[in-house]
Design a protein around this ligand. Structure first.
Ligand code: COA
Ligand code: MG
Length: 293
């Protein structure tokens, strides 16, 4: 089954404890919002943040942006209550931090099933620990089982750097192999995969360069921490006009009567196969879903 495409170019974290930031959400053009109860919320205000989240979801119905709630780990003092609150909010997805094995996901799926949670609530998993990276393949396989609810990996680059001691310098060259490994596992499991954050939110040129890298690496989008990063990510992950025109010409060429039934054709001096047609059709469907953004 082909999952319906959801644009996830810009995925913005908003700490649920930050009333000013929460009030801004409706004005922002991010493809997805992650309401954070975990690392961006200090232990002393965890309960208040959960209450603020409940009030926000009661007061605001879903707009165009996908809504995801990041809960604390279930073994933390806040995790179980976060999960209950998140379930009641009926977001598009619940994001689980520090996922290290398939059971970290299936355990939550079981709780959701047992408590008759809305079937529309999906699960996203943070891959951000050495063990999580090593087991990313097994975890991503859950993406092939629709009952597991798993839709997306989000990479936690700051935690990876903290846990490994590996620096995020030089265009992230040192962590690059791990990022690509996580990406490969995600794609094998038919999951989307969102790149980590860029901490220096005042450096928009550096952010744009990292987005361009993320596009070439194959990521579906970028995690963001500040509204100033939204427009840049949206533009970076939108295919350019030349790529779109090329996709249209491939679809048109295969639709021509003389090419019907052919597996391979020549187009402007290049070999084009049916696999290129599939990619072109996917790209045009993506553009249609993103719409005028
Ligand atoms: N979402 C929505 N609005 C945000 C925002 C966010 N992530 N980050 C900042 N804003 C708002 C601010 O509230 C401020 O609003 P105002 O114009 O009404 O005053 C405006 O954007 C400008 O913010 P600015 O003053 O530049 O930044 P700041 O000092 O208020 O906040 C951070 C800086 C880093 C603390 C803040 O951006 C943040 O908390 N980001 C998310 C961090 C996070 O969730 N981390 C966890 C995952 S790594
Ligand atoms: Mg983290």
């Amino acid at each position: 089954m082909i999952k319906p495409f959801r644009p996830r170019r810009s995925v913005l974290y908003v700490p649920a404890s930050n009333a000013k930031a929460m009030a801004k959400i409706a004005m922002l053009k991010a493809d997805a919002i992650i309401f954070d109860l975990e690392d961006a919320v200090a232990p002393a205000v965890k309960d208040d943040a959960r209450e603020a989240l409940r009030s926000h979801f009661l007061a605001h119905s879903a707009g165009t942006a996908e809504r995801i709630i990041r809960i604390n780990g279930l073994s933390s003092p806040w995790g179980p209550e976060d999960l209950l609150a998140a379930r009641a909010c009926k977001p598009d997805a619940i994001l689980l931090p520090k996922v290290e094995k398939p059971q970290d996901v299936t355990g939550v799926t079981e709780i959701l099933e047992e408590t008759d949670a809305s079937e529309h609530i999906r699960l996203w998993a943070m891959i951000e620990t050495p063990r999580g990276i090593i087991n990313a393949d097994e975890i991503a396989e859950l993406g092939l089982r629709s009952t597991a609810r798993l839709d997306c990996f989000v990479i936690g680059t700051n935690d990876i750097a903290k846990e490994t001691g590996t620096h995020l310098t030089n265009g992230r060259a040192l962590v690059g192999p791990w990022l690509m490994q996580i990406l490969l596992c995600a794609k094998a499991g038919k999951l989307d995969v969102i790149d980590g954050v860029y901490n220096d939110f005042a450096d928009l040129d550096g952010f744009a360069a990292e987005c361009a890298d993320a596009v070439r690496m194959g990521f579906d989008g970028k995690s963001l921490i500040h509204p100033s990063q939204i427009e840049i990510a949206n533009a970076a992950f939108l295919p350019d006009a030349r790529t779109i025109a090329e996709a249209r010409s491939i679809v048109d060429a295969f639709a021509a009567p003389e090419n019907s039934g052919k597996g391979v054709i020549a187009l402007a001096g290049r070999m084009i196969e049916r696999l290129h047609l599939e990619a072109a059709e996917r790209l045009l469907a993506k553009i249609a879903a993103i719409g005028g953004n």
